[in-house]
Write a protein that binds this ligand. Structure first.
Ligand SMILES: NC(=O)c1ccc[n+]([C@@H]2O[C@H](COP(=O)([O-])OP(=O)(O)OC[C@H]3O[C@@H](n4cnc5c(N)ncnc54)[C@H](O)[C@@H]3O)[C@@H](O)[C@H]2O)c1
Length: 264
């Protein structure tokens, strides 16, 4: 693992970093020299990722942080100090169809995705501002811009885009940039239940993607690091879609309309 890099010596907090996209973000920041605070509601998984980073020669500590618990967030700030970069990645998504969606599942998606980010930002941003600035990257979703089957999750991710803009304006003069990445399908454990129902699912989804594949956690980590890093010094309040072209047009529909090879 490289010890120098774009983030040499920077303290980076990642939420929901015990699995999937968050884990990759933690690994990749560490590979570019950051000191990573790996957090997750599941403290054991956070500890495993921190150990993985240490085994690669990187610098990481872990702590349990349920983003819906502001007291825990305060305790993490008190224990580890103020980070330069915060990545709000923790998320859950209910799959229950709308007519049967229990209020508790609606509340849970909103609570973890939207309220959790609010609570983490309310805890850390004033300290980052007082410390001279930094960067926040929120992990949103293309579900904010269209319906893909998760009503509550979509609403929460749309709210997260709005929160990103308000915090960007509010904290801009204090030197804190706030941006959001909006991925489409990324192969992670969040898909496992659906894959158990249909093992060919991710393969079948590729037909909807102009770039011919679903995304990887590495695709997301690269964009998060761009927005958190010095190359993005004049970018704030923005939504960066990472979707293999999904939202640019409907590749499967174009196949139907043109009924011929439209590349020729
Ligand atoms: N995988 C995708 O297709 C995809 C697409 C777009 C956006 N996203 C977003 O990316 C983020 C990461 O998703 P993933 O695919 O890696 O999922 P994942 O299930 O692999 O990881 C999510 C992590 O968040 C943690 N978590 C859940 N609730 C939490 C809470 N209250 N506090 C702290 N941690 C909590 C879980 O323990 C888990 O480690 C989520 O915000 C998700 O909405 C994922």
């Amino acid at each position: 693992m490289k010890r120098m890099g774009r983030f040499a010596g920077a303290d980076v907090l990642v939420t929901g970093a015990g699995s999937g996209i968050g884990r990759q973000i933690a690994l990749d920041f560490a590979a570019e020299g950051a000191r990573v605070l790996v957090t997750d509601a599941d403290g054991a998984s956070a500890a495993r990722v921190a150990a993985e980073i240490a085994a690669e020669g990187g610098t990481a500590v872990s702590d349990r942080l349920d983003v819906t618990d502001q007291e825990q967030a305060g305790a993490v700030l008190a224990a580890h100090g103020c980070p330069r970069i915060v990545v709000n990645n923790a998320g859950v998504a209910s799959d229950t169809p709308f007519p049967r969606l229990p209020r508790a599942e609606w509340d849970r998606d909103i609570e973890v995705v939207l309220t959790g980010t609010f609570l983490v930002c309310q805890t850390f941003l004033p300290a980052m501002a007082a410390n001279g600035g930094g960067a926040v990257v929120n992990v949103g979703s293309i579900n904010a811009s269209g319906f893909f089957g998760n009503d509550a999750y979509s609403a929460a991710k749309a709210g997260l885009e709005s929160l990103t803009r308000s915090l960007a304006v509010r904290y801009g003069r204090a030197g804190v940039r706030v941006n959001l990445v909006a991925p489409a399908t990324i192969a992670t454990p969040i898909w496992q239940e659906r894959i158990d129902r249909d093992p060919t699912l991710l393969e079948r989804l590729t037909k909807w993607y102009p770039l011919g594949r679903v995304g990887t956690p590495e695709d997301v980590a690269a964009a998060v690091m761009f927005l958190a890093g010095p190359e993005a010094g004049w970018i704030t309040g923005t939504v960066l879609r990472l979707d293999g072209g999904l939202m640019a047009g409907d590749a499967a529909l174009v196949d139907e309309i043109l009924s011929r090879d439209y590349l020729m």
